[in-house]
Design a protein around this ligand. Structure first.
Ligand code: RB5
Length: 158
């Protein structure tokens, strides 16, 4: 893949274990370093355990990019977007994946293994890794939500 050297942290639950392994192989064949935080088999696990691992490693800055997978991608994106500085994008098509980079500077790609086929998933990963952020007015928009505690900022007491 052209010019991509960023190490990737990747995680999935059991529903997406097989696709995670395929994406890992795809990245490693292209000399991209991958840290796999699990899961490590198709035995049933709880997706938040893996979503939290990947999202915390991106939120802390240890990794600049991550990939999360579960059956639909919905649970993983809910978990990941609770973390500051995480901008997780659930993508099932190429256009969304590209625009999530160009306009949203997404730093975690989320895929639903029960939603899309393997070949499309690999194409989405490739496009997501190769597409840069446009910056400019899009940066101003990210700065309006990226670093704030939404609850405190908007008077939510629960
Ligand atoms: C596991 O059955 C499934 O609930 C999970 O992979 C994911 O789709 C949750 O959002």
């Amino acid at each position: 893949m052209s010019g991509i050297t960023t190490p990737i942290v990747i995680g999935s639950d059991h529903a997406a274990y097989d696709l995670k392994e395929k994406i890992k192989a795809f990245l490693m064949e292209r000399s991209i370093d991958v840290e796999d935080v699990g899961c490590y088999s198709e035995n049933s696990v709880d997706y938040p355990d893996y979503g939290i691992k990947v999202a915390s490693m991106v939120s802390s800055g240890k990794f600049s990019r991550g990939i999360l997978l579960c059956g639909t991608g919905i649970g993983m994106s809910m978990v990941a977007n609770k973390f500051s500085r995480v901008r997780a994008a659930l993508c099932s098509d190429l256009f969304s994946a590209i625009m999530s980079r160009r306009h949203n500077d997404s730093n975690i790609l989320v895929l639903g293994a029960r939603v899309i086929g393997d070949m499309l998933a690999l194409e989405i990963v490739k496009a997501w890794l190769e597409t840069p952020f446009d910056g400019g007015r899009h940066l101003r928009r990210l700065e309006k939500f990226d670093h704030i505690d939404m609850d405190a900022e908007h008077g939510c007491t629960g």
